[in-house]
Design a protein around this ligand. Structure first.
Ligand SMILES: Cc1cc2nc3c(=O)[nH]c(=O)nc-3n(C[C@H](O)[C@H](O)[C@H](O)COP(=O)(O)O)c2cc1C
Length: 142
């Protein structure tokens, strides 16, 4: 079975909830590991076939704070041959809506990853609809 890692950074638990829903959807097809970005380094993701990166956006379009060092340290990786997709919650009343998703996608592309789906962005509360939509998104990841 292919291996997937879901790396999330979350201040109030929303990205963490999305990560959990993703894991539920993927576990029948992948051996899934869910990790808080604060607990790992970029090198740890290299053992996986599918890499899902999840960050909320804060203040002026910033990555969630635990993701900031990880993002900088990602520069040493070569993600050729790795499948990557990015997700994150945000709030469209902010100017830089879900900018963290775009930042992580751009970075992964620079590092030569194969971006296998457009980033999943969710506006507002993580309710049942959000969970259903991210599971639908995950069902298309292969
Ligand atoms: C002070 C503050 C700043 C925020 N800035 C942004 C932003 O620039 N863009 C955005 O899309 N969402 C922004 N948000 C919304 C959060 O990204 C959103 O609440 C998200 O669900 C938090 O996820 P987390 O609990 O996983 O950290 C902001 C929220 C707060 C409280």
């Amino acid at each position: 079975m292919e291996k997937a890692i879901i790396v999330y950074g979350s201040n109030t638990g929303n990205t963490e909830t999305l990560a959990g829903a993703l894991a539920e959807e993927l576990q029948s097809r992948f051996e899934v590991n869910v990790q808080n970005v604060a607990d790992i380094t970029p090198d740890d993701i290299m053992a996986y076939d599918l890499i899902l990166l999840g960050s909320s956006t804060w203040d002026d379009g910033e990555l969630q704070e635990d993701f900031q060092d990880f993002y900088e340290e990602m520069d040493r990786l070569d993600l050729s041959g790795k499948k990557v997709a990015v997700f994150g919650p945000g709030d469209s009343s902010w100017e830089d809506y879900c900018r963290a998703v775009d930042l992580l996608e751009e970075k992964s592309r620079e590092l030569k990853a194969d971006i296998i789906a457009p980033g999943f962005k969710w506006d507002g509360d993580i309710d049942e609809e959000a969970i259903a939509e991210i599971k639908k998104w995950a069902s298309k990841l292969h």
